[in-house]
Design a protein around this ligand. Sequence first.
Ligand code: F6R
Length: 362
Amino acid sequence: EKGGYKHFMLKEIYEQPRAIRDTLMGKHDDGEILLSDIHLSDGDLAAVERIQLVACGTSWHAAMIGKYYIEKYAAIPVEVDIASEYRYRPKIINPTTLVVPVSQSGETADTLAALKDAKQLGAKVICICNVVDSSIARESHGVLYTNAGPEIGVASTKAFTTQLAALYLLALFLGQKCGHLKAKDIKRKFKAIEALPEQMEQVLSDEPRYTEFARNFHNHQDFLFLGRSYNFPIALEGALKLKEISYIHAEGYAAGEMKHGPIALIDKEMPVVVVATASEVYEKTISNIEEVMARNGLVIAITNPDNQLSGAVENFVVPEVDEELSPLVNAIPMQFLAYHIADYKGCDVDQPRNLAKSVTVE
Ligand code: F6R
């Protein structure tokens, strides 16, 4: 059932190009995004003034990127919150609020409870979910399924990248309904995301380099992960993956925040994984990396072919794609780093200690 792979997690990492294709299937026709299970009228959609995303863990990281997508393409203000925080605060909700829970399992207790509260207060709810007919899918007015297929490994991989694809589709859909995006924009952007599976394959073919990396780096006690903009949540996700399956302490930070504290941690023992792929804030990221290098930190860079960093101890090269879509590509090096370090250490990759696949406790 692992299809010849050593772990479900590895199999699921490799399934991502297929999973993304399945998420996109049937969602575009001639410059129009088609989301048939949303079940909101054009009138309902035009009335949306605020969007609230709620999720936990890796799904929360996807939601953070979803905020950037929706604000960019639909110009609707978006808030993102961790479901267990959102639940216990006064909620500002009315019928012009659209609430979007994001969940792989569709059973996460805090996310489900946040959804029910929001619905009761009159919000419209569309969920992004992987498991068909799960509680969250059933409680929502509409649903956008990720179609990743069953995810068995406790650490989320293909569910995460398909959530990003779904959030991108939702943002394009809302952008079109609000009149911000024209058919020709939709065509171009859909073409860009359709090209991703092939670009993800290129990253997957680089796996042996991560095995070698794990041999050299599995003994470090702490890692820092940095990224900006669309790739700040990718830094958070890289740190979470490493923590949960290899039991190595790791922190993710917005690269621009480093100077406000975490820079004090940097010394010659500290591996710092930095997402430095093409972006509007590329130069800013480079100056953050220089600060790390000046303090003898060990820079491990995720870069594009033409922008490798000579001062880095490792450059993991990924193809250059649109900045907005780069998190889907850059997630893979994060998954491989964590997977290979955990596997090298002999950890139980698919069933990490203290964790369950579906968190049905509050
Ligand atoms: C991390 C991970 C968890 C889940 C979280 C939410 O790899 O899998 O952080 O993302 O428990 O689960 P869902 O998405 O099922 O609501």
